[in-house]
Structure formats: structure tokens, C-alpha cells
Design a protein around this ligand. Structure first.
Ligand code: IP8
Length: 278
């Protein structure tokens, strides 16, 4: 059996044993890993903090299976916005597609380099391999690649990109990949690692973060000018959608190694926002 031993995180295997790995989905937000105010620039400190957090989580010993997804930040969103790409397919200048994709591939390679420096062995699963438009879950080839990566001791990693259809090009957000992952895998916990401590009651980041976020909270948000996939408002929306699908959802400052490590390890008592009370 090709899948033997590693199928446990997949939804079809409903029987849970004490020995089965806990699947944790970690979305590295573009706002965290890049400097969103300076086009095409990375946030080195954040990437180091993420690398240190994953390394010190000792996921293998703790039987945690990790899936990483990263966003576009000042790489993908810079060109996507310049060439009017959005999440709806449309005809745009071909060079705009090339530049957006190239920027994402560059960012992806930088992220992998940083992780590699911390001894984290990753396997790229291209978004085009994982997702088909309107499918909402992993495609078969993507699923097989994912399983084979895990079987070989690699951490699968994917990222926001550009999708192509007959009727045009569109942005595939990292969040769409997260949603497909929660649909396809038994994801216990989803962690959105961002550049701030959690969800604030307003977009000026004033006051304390909301530790337990329910639908009753009113959050005042504003759209970041570069973010073609919707900024914090859509991050909160997707968080509620994922939580309703049965995964725990946290928002944490990914530049804080200890906090991120705690959440990866399954601890709750760490500075972050958790979705509750659906
Ligand atoms: O930052 C966007 O991914 P996201 C990817 O996860 C591109 O929304 C190409 C802008």
C-alpha cells in the first residue's frame, strides 16, 4: 500500500489512535515574512524567529505533522496589485502574471532557505498541483505528492500564487490553500502567524488583543492598500470558516519564537487570539 503508515492525518482515516500524528497547519502571513511597506523586501528577523520556533518545537518527537503555507506580502501583492490581478479570473498583461509568479517563487525560495538554515527539510507542493479552481480540496496528484513528502520525512510547504483558467488569471491566496487543507486533512490546529500579537478590536492596533474571539465581537478593520486578497477582514472570516470546519484557530505574532512554539506544540496558554464560540 503506497499510503501505509502516513494516511492517518487524512480525513478518510476516521479511526484515531493515541499514536496518530497531530496535523498542524501553519500559515506564515505575508505581513510577517516580508516588509509590507517596502516592495520585494523580506523580514529577516521574522523568518529567523519562525525557523527557531519550528526547530525548537521538536515536532518529530512530539508526533506532530506540520503543513506550511505562506502568503505573498510585498512580493506577490506588489505585482498582483500593479497588474490588477484579483481572486476573480480576468485577462491581464501576460508580463504581470510572469512578474507576480516570479516574485512568489523568489519569496518561496528565500523562505525555504531560511528554514533549511534551521535544519527544517521542506518539500514544495505547488499550488497548481494542490488546487483546482472551485474544487475546494486537494486534487489527487497534490494529495499523493503531499503523502509522499510526509513519508520521506519532509514538511510539505505551499504558497499563494497565480492560477490560470481559460477566462483569465487570478490570485490563489494562501488562505484558499489552508481551506482546502482543512477540507482534505484532519487538521487539529490552524495557526495564522502574523506581524502582530493577535486580533485587536480595531485596525489601529490600540488596546489589548482579543484573547478569545467570537462572532459577537465587532472588529473595525481597514484594507491594506497592497493586499489584493483582502487583509485582516478576510483573515478573520477565513478563521471562522476553518473553525466551523472543525480545526482550532489561532492568530499569533510569528516573530515571537516562544509563542509560536507553544502553539505548534499544542499549548493554549500563550499570548494569541483564539477563535471560540462559533
Ligand atoms: O498573501 C497571495 O497570497 P496571500 C499570493 O496568502 C499573491 O493572500 C500572488 C499575491
Amino acid at each position: 500500500m503506497v499510503y501505509a503508515g502516513s494516511r492517518e492525518p487524512f480525513k478518510k482515516m476516521e479511526k484515531k489512535t493515541t499514536n496518530s500524528p497531530r496535523m498542524v497547519l501553519l500559515k506564515l502571513g505575508g505581513s510577517l515574512i516580508t516588509d509590507k511597506d517596502v516592495p520585494l523586501s523580506i523580514n529577516e528577523n521574522a523568518l529567523r524567529a519562525v525557523g527557531a520556533a519550528i526547530r525548537s518545537s521538536r515536532i518529530k518527537e512530539r508526533r506532530i505533522s506540520l503543513f506550511l503555507v505562506h502568503g505573498g506580502g510585498s512580493f506577490g501583492h506588489f505585482y498582483a496589485s500593479k497588474y490588477h490581478l484579483s481572486q476573480t479570473p480576468k485577462k491581464v498583461l501576460p508580463i504581470g502574471i510572469t512578474r507576480t509568479c516570479h516574485a512568489m517563487l523568489k519569496l518561496h525560495s528565500i523562505v525555504k532557505e531560511y528554514l533549511e538554515h534551521y535544519g527544517i527539510a521542506t518539500e514544495t507542493i505547488l499550488p497548481s498541483e494542490l488546487l483546482r479552481r472551485n474544487l475546494g480540496s486537494f486534487s489527487n496528484p497534490g494529495r499523493i505528492h503531499f503523502i509522499n513528502a510526509v513519508n520521506n520525512g519532509l514538511i510539505p510547504i505551499s504558497f499563494g500564487y497565480v492560477g490560470l483558467e481559460e477566462d483569465g488569471a487570478y490570485v490563489v491566496s494562501g488562505d484558499a490553500i489552508c481551506k482546502a487543507a482543512v477540507n482534505s486533512l484532519k487538521v487539529c490546529r490552524t495557526i495564522f502567524a502574523t506581524d502582530v500579537d493577535g486580533i485587536y478590536p480595531n485596525s489601529n492596533l490600540e488596546g489589548e488583543i482579543i484573547r478569545e474571539l467570537s462572532k459577537d465581537h465587532k472588529i473595525i478593520t481597514s484594507k491594506h492598500v497592497l493586499d489584493v486578497t483582502g487583509g485582516i477582514r478576510s483573515k478573520i472570516k477565513i478563521g471562522f470558516e476553518l473553525a466551523a470546519m472543525g480545526t482550532e484557530v489561532f492568530y499569533v505574532n510569528g516573530a515571537m519564537t516562544g509563542r509560536l512554539r507553544n502553539l505548534i506544540q499544542g499549548k493554549n496558554e500563550t499570548k494569541s487570539t483564539r477563535i471560540v464560540n462559533l
